[in-house]
Design a protein. Sequence first.
Length: 251
Amino acid sequence: MTQNAATLSGKVALVTGAAHRIGAQIARSLHAHGMDLVLHYRGSEAAARALEAELTLSRPDSVLLHRADLNLCHEFPGLIERVRAFRGRLDVLVNNASGFYPTPFDDTGEEQWEDLMGSNLKGPFFLTKAAAPLLRAASGCVVNLVDIHAERPLKGYPVYSIAKAGNAMMVKALARELGPQVRVNGIAPGAILWPEQALGEGAKEEILAHTALKRTGTPMDIARALIFLVRDADYITGQIITVDGGRTLQQ
């Protein structure tokens, strides 16, 4: 049966990498639909606290902040225990946090491999594992932020692309492992926000030229897809929704 917006009130979501960019918009959208939030951040404390202040202005005591390094899996039990203590439940886990930087093939070392695999694959897997008992009890769901480059590798970013390919398979594998109690889905963004690393105007124009809608998307486009998966998609699991303006339609 299709749910409605009111059913999200009183439920709890954990959003990783929630301090800025897409993660912050996801947090705002879930909060606007009535959910209480546990917002994870690593280094962006000022941005996380600003977001907390923004959200609690409209609904006091509805947000809990937690700092953790998602490459350090031994920190996950403490994070999940804080979630449990916050409201006694967890309905939604959003694996949004992600490392992203170039790793030219000839120059890549184990440190970059471990870092990018940790933030994009290992961390989300073991955090989901730690959260599984609470998610099962709530008949909850998991949404991973994947990437269109899980299928079409990004030149100069081989380790990131490989890690996101693993993340995409994790969506499918964990949908089988955690069903029937927990649904697991993913969202693969295209050109939503330009990377924080410098990207020339020519490169941007080339990307948009290969996008059917000839424009970038917005974080709200991702948040809308996520609300659909969380609220309305009771019979969808193991799927990845591509939100890329038609970029993957072209070579």
